[in-house]
Every structure is written in C-alpha cells, then in structure tokens.
Design a protein around this ligand. Structure first.
Ligand SMILES: [Zn+2]
Length: 268
C-alpha cells in the first residue's frame, strides 16, 4: 500500500538544516557519489542535547555515526549525504540480519535524539522535524515510502527505541510521511507542485459549475511539475509544460480515493 493513496495533498517545506558542526573525517567513509535507496530511522536511546550529540561526532572517534541528528528544534547535518555514515553497524555479528539490501553504502541515517531522560521519549517537535526532512529527502532522491525503514527492520538491534512494535512504527511512519499542513482553500499558492499519482490526474477546462465537472482536456502523468495557482473549493488552477507548450487548466487537489491520485506540493 502506498502511503500516498487516498487523494491527500502532501505539502512539503524545505527544512532548515544546521551544517555548522561537521563530523570528524575519522567517523565516516568518504565517497564522491553514490545511489541512495533507503532512509534508515534511528533513536539509540542516548540522552544528550542534540548539539552535544553532534559535537561528539566532531570531537571524538566514534564507532557509529549518522548523517543527520534531530532534536532541540534543530536538524544537524554532520555528514554530507554523499559520504557513507556508519549507522547500520553489526560488531561481532551481534545482531541477526533481517534485510540484506539496505547497507551503509546505499542509505542515509537519521538519528532522532532523546532529550528527556525521565520519559525516555522522542518529543513531537523532533518527530515533526524528522518528517520534514524525510519528505524532503524522498522528493530530492526519489525514494518511495516503502524504503523508509527502521534500523530494526534491517538488523535485530532494538532501534529506534520506543518504536519497535509494528503498531508504534506504523503510527510514527504515518507522522513522518503525512505532513501537518495541507493545501487550504481560498489561497493563491503561485508555487511549484509535483503531481504524485498512481493513475493519471485529469485536467479540466474549468472548475465545476453547479456541480457539473468541467470538460476533460488533458491528463497529467505521475511526477509532472505544475505551477499551482488559486485554490477554491478543492480545485486549483495550474500551468504546466507539455511538448514545449505552456498549458493551463484546473485539477482537483482532493482527488477521489479510488483514483489514488494526489499532489505533492513543494514550496520554495
Ligand atoms: Zn540505530
């Protein structure tokens, strides 16, 4: 099942990323380019301020490392995503291998830091920021929802702690994939959107008039970029390019579930 089913409109905001703390080069494997296929979610249960956590990667030689550390209302990127972080490590084969395809070399590691030693929980702000980052990376690197995994899906290591039961992970994954904001009616967006649909999205010549749909004039394929205009009654005006021509029309941003279509909106 695709998490994008159901005609939901997915908004995506480019996250603010703090890159001021870089991991020591002894804590990752340098790489110029690589194909990234997976995003692996971690939460080791280590309690520290997020900044100190990032500083540990800078100042110490560590056995494990992550590209991103999230917490304290900040996203730190300590390792560029072309470089290989050591987040799926299995010293002395301590843990059982559950999936062989995801490896350090083809994945990005995200650590959600735990800030409160009393509750031992990842807070909601951290989850919200992790969602922003996950959706942005999915869009940037063309990673589908089924390749967002827990460390625990790959190895039997209990990580991310607090999300080991399938029910808890499903809830977290939904929060990561479905954003907190949606496209609102009666707003002029004037921004670029990417259409994500299992089927084709119909383009019509008008918004519905007296509940009668406008005439179907075209269809838009999955992954097409469009410029979204004014949204009214769940219909948006759009402009898009086809065969070097600029075309325009109207699409339903709340498409019926049966068609499995949705629009992923990227606000720059
Ligand atoms: Zn882990």
């Amino acid at each position: 099942m695709s998490f994008f089913e159901g005609g939901k409109v997915i908004t995506m905001i480019k996250p603010i990323i703090n890159t001021t703390i870089k991991a020591s080069s002894q804590n990752y494997t340098k790489c110029n380019s690589r194909k990234i296929k997976y995003i692996i979610i971690h939460s080791t249960g280590h309690v520290a301020t997020t900044k100190n956590y990032a500083l540990a990667l800078k100042n110490n030689k560590c056995n494990a490392s992550f590209h991103y550390i999230i917490g304290d209302k900040e996203i730190y990127r300590c390792i560029e995503y072309n470089n290989i972080a050591w987040h799926i490590v299995n010293p002395n084969n301590t843990y059982k291998i559950k999936m062989v395809q995801p490896k350090n070399s083809n994945s990005i590691g995200i650590e959600m830091s735990k800030l409160n030693s009393n509750t031992g929980k990842v807070d909601e702000t951290t989850i919200k920021l992790t969602g922003q980052l996950v959706r942005y990376l999915m869009y940037l690197l063309d990673i589908p929802p089924n390749r967002i995994l827990r460390h625990y899906d790959v190895l039997s290591k209990p990580c991310p702690t607090g999300f080991l039961t399938q029910e808890k992970w499903n809830k977290l994954k939904l929060k990561l994939l479905i954003p907190h904001t949606t496209i609102k009616n009666a707003q002029n967006y004037n921004c670029i959107a990417k259409v994500i649909c299992d089927n084709k999205l119909n383009v019509r010549n008008n918004r519905p008039i007296n509940n009668k749909l406008g005439k179907k004039v075209d269809t838009i394929e999955n992954n097409t970029f469009v410029k979204l205009g004014y949204v009214y009654d769940n219909w948006s005006s759009i402009f898009y390019l086809k065969n070097n021509k600029i075309l325009n029309g109207f699409v339903n941003i709340n498409y019926p579930k049966i068609m499995g279509a949705s629009i992923s909106l990227c606000i720059y």
